[in-house]
Structures are given as structure tokens and as C-alpha cells.
Design a protein around this ligand. Structure first.
Ligand SMILES: C[S@@+](CC[C@H](N)C(=O)[O-])C[C@H]1O[C@@H](n2cnc3c(N)ncnc32)[C@H](O)[C@@H]1O
Ligand SMILES: [Zn+2]
Length: 268
């Protein structure tokens, strides 16, 4: 039974060759790369553009975030899931790691960027990847044992809806000092914001881990790293060009992984 639902009428979607169709004859082509676009009519693909997706692919393939990938897979061991959704999966680096580490699991990936979904479905042939918004996910209620969120928009209400009653959320976020040297090189003043200490609504925390290490990056690595951040399109050409002056830089990677379970109804 498919977990997908139609973005228009919310009826179950069934697969017929290279098309997914609901009982009301709304149909969605499965692309040659393997992903399906379930944004629905009139909704455009947004999120990371092709330049950001390509930079992220180069940076992650170089292994700079492999300590985070390994810690996430280790953390997921205790989640004991059969079905997992990587929400905001990007180009599929962590989706692929989950598929490889948990070959018996059904792994899904969702991203609002078509370019990202295209890359993710090519990288990870066994994952079910779609283009959709995390604010309106094309999955039936209670579809997943676990949702993984790595640096992506957190839509707690939708996550709760698509998770099973005892479902788990595993989430990675940057710490305030993450990439601090890179930010100081680009901007005149850098404010270190404290991390919010509140659980997503309807979830209770079950664990928390920090990961911190230094990365030595050459100029190409530095620029890829900056290009894949949300700051890239908000930064002037002048500020970006400050990175030209660095052949090499040691940059702090600092992450926090949180694990949550869906709050039981009688605890709410
Ligand atoms: C910082 S990237 C992280 C990607 C991936 N998890 C990783 O760490 O490599 C954030 C991702 O969220 C996606 N995104 C942004 N807004 C979204 C939304 N409303 N629904 C789904 N995905 C979204 C972007 O396209 C991008 O791929
Ligand atoms: Zn429909």
C-alpha cells in the first residue's frame, strides 16, 4: 500500500508504471530520475537552486560532514524504524547513508527543490523521493516510524501527522559557533545567537548529542560551503569576494542532534 496521497484531493495515490494516480484521476508522472513531483497544480518548486545543490553535493562528497552522517546513523539505530522520511533531504547525502545502513527499511525523501530531489533520487535508487513542501506533505496520516530533519524547515504539526503514534524525530541543527571563522571572514560583524531551548510542539525530547570538530578547507571547499548556506543569496558580491583572499582556512563544524518522540495524547 502506497503512503502517498494526492496533493489535490488527498485520496491515496497508486502507482501504474511511471505514473501515480488517485481515484479522482489526478495523475503525476514519475521522472526518468525516479522522483515524483507532488507539489500540486500552480505550486512552483522553490528551495535550494541548482548552484546551491551542486555546491552541497561537492562539499558533502568530500567527506567534511561525515562525522555528522555517522553519528546520525548511530543515533537512528535506537529508533528501530521500518519506515523513515528524510524531510528536506537536499541532494540525498543523509538519505543515502540511511538506505545503506538500514537496507531493510523503506526510506522516503522530500524536498521542495526539484534540483535537489533529482540529485537525491539519482544518488539513492532505493529511496522514494518526491518534490513537495514540508508544510503540506503528500503522505497519509501515521505513515512513518521516524522523521529525519537535517538543517531543514521544521513543520512540527505536519511531522506529527505523518508519524505513527510512537514515532520518533531525529533532528540535526547547527550550534551558534558553527562556521564561525567563515562568517567572520565574510562579514564585518557577526552576532552569535543563542540556540532556542524549546522542544517542537507535540514532541518530547529523548536525547541530545553535540558534535564539534575542525575542518581544513581549501578555497574551493570554502566557496562551496558558503554557497550551500542560506546566507549565500543574501550576501553582497563584495562580501562574498572576501573569500578570494583565503587559500586555506580552518573552520569549526559544530552540530547538535536532538531526538524526540511524539507526545502521547494523555500527556498533552
Ligand atoms: C540546508 S538544506 C539541507 C539539505 C539536507 N538535509 C542536507 O543537510 O544536506 C535545506 C533543504 O530544505 C529544502 N527546503 C526549504 N524549504 C522547504 C520546504 N518548505 N519544504 C521542503 N523542503 C524545503 C531546501 O530545498 C534544501 O534542500
Ligand atoms: Zn486526487
Amino acid at each position: 500500500m502506497s503512503v502517498y496521497i494526492c496533493p489535490v484531493c488527498k485520496a491515496p495515490l497508486l502507482r501504474y508504471d511511471n505514473v501515480m494516480r488517485c481515484q479522482n484521476r489526478h495523475s503525476y508522472d514519475i521522472s526518468a530520475k525516479g522522483y515524483v513531483n507532488l507539489l500540486g497544480p500552480g505550486k512552483a518548486s522553490r528551495g535550494d537552486d541548482s548552484e546551491m545543490v551542486a555546491a552541497r553535493r561537492r562539499f558533502l562528497s568530500a567527506g567534511h560532514y561525515s562525522p555528522l552522517r555517522e553519528k546520525l546513523c548511530e543515533t537512528l539505530q535506537s529508533a528501530e524504524f521500518e519506515t523513515l522520511l528524510d524531510a528536506g533531504c537536499g541532494e540525498g547525502y543523509y538519505t543515502k547513508a540511511v538506505c545503506d545502513s538500514f537496507p531493510k527499511a523503506s526510506v522516503y525523501g522530500l524536498d521542495i527543490s526539484k534540483k535537489a530531489a533529482e540529485k537525491a533520487s539519482s544518488l539513492c535508487k532505493t529511496a522514494h523521493v518526491c518534490v513537495a513542501s514540508a508544510y503540506d506533505m503528500p503522505y497519509a496520516d501515521g505513515s512513518f516510524d521516524c522523521v529525519l530533519n537535517v538543517f531543514s524547515p521544521l513543520t512540527a504539526e505536519e511531522y506529527r501527522r505523518v508519524l505513527k503514534e510512537n514515532g520518533a524525530l531525529v533532528m540535526a541543527v547547527p550550534e551558534p559557533d558553527h562556521l564561525i571563522e567563515l562568517k567572520r571572514a565574510v562579514y564585518d560583524s557577526v552576532f552569535i545567537k543563542e540556540m532556542k531551548d524549546s522542544d517542537p510542539e507535540g514532541f518530547e525530547k529523548t536525547g541530545e548529542y553535540g558534535i564539534k570538530y575542525e575542518m581544513t578547507l581549501d578555497n574551493a571547499g570554502l566557496k562551496d560551503l558558503f554557497t550551500m548556506t542560506p546566507y549565500y543569496h543574501k550576501t553582497s558580491y563584495h562580501d562574498k569576494s572576501r573569500l578570494d583572499g583565503y587559500d586555506v582556512m580552518t573552520v569549526t563544524a559544530s552540530f547538535r542532534i536532538f531526538t524526540y518522540s511524539v507526545k502521547r495524547r494523555n500527556n498533552v
